[in-house]
Design a protein. Sequence first.
Lengths: 115, 113
Amino acid sequence: GAGVSQTPSNKVTEKGKYVELRCDPISGHTALYWYRQSLGQGPEFLIYFQGTGAADDSGLPNDRFFAVRPEGSVSTLKIQRTERGDSAMYLCASSSGTGVPDTQYFGPGTRLTVL
Amino acid sequence: QKEVEQNSGPLSVPEGAIASLNCTYSDRGSQSFFWYRQYSGKSPELIMSIYSNGDKEDGRFTAQLNKASQYVSLLIRDSQPSDSATYLCAVNNWGAAGNKLTFGGGTRVLVKP
């Protein structure tokens, strides 16, 4: 079946603007994750949803970052008052949410550039 | 000390040779270990997962886990130019951290024809 999809693939915005990044997980996957990857580094965890609720948001860097998953499927990562330091690849992953361990499959990512 | 450490490379390997990648982790309670391959500008793609001490083979890839030494490795046999990529080691401690993965910085591998 279809994999994880993310839109847009690229987003260029100006400092101070608001952006929304969308993730559509693999059908049937109840767990959804957001990671951020800066150039030359590994992905860093931001937030994890199990169903509609955020099970762990310990990786969100500050209150400018917020994510929702209102119907337990598609998720939106929202960034307010963007800063140049927010420029990175934003990766979404999903997993079945059942059992331990639970393998995560990544989407193609959204490249965010803040000018 | 980083939680998951990898040599950044580049690891240069002749075509047909074995590439050996190493990863160490600091959380002794970690239970699940993953290797992802990432081509430049693309997202991580799962290659291998390993949960028990010892070796696990899948095609040209072998993952090795030693929990006592807090060490996981990946061997790529008969390396091909298409294996040129960054390889990310990821670790999970379900009991302490739920499902989140902690990644190393990745090792860049360059397979030369």
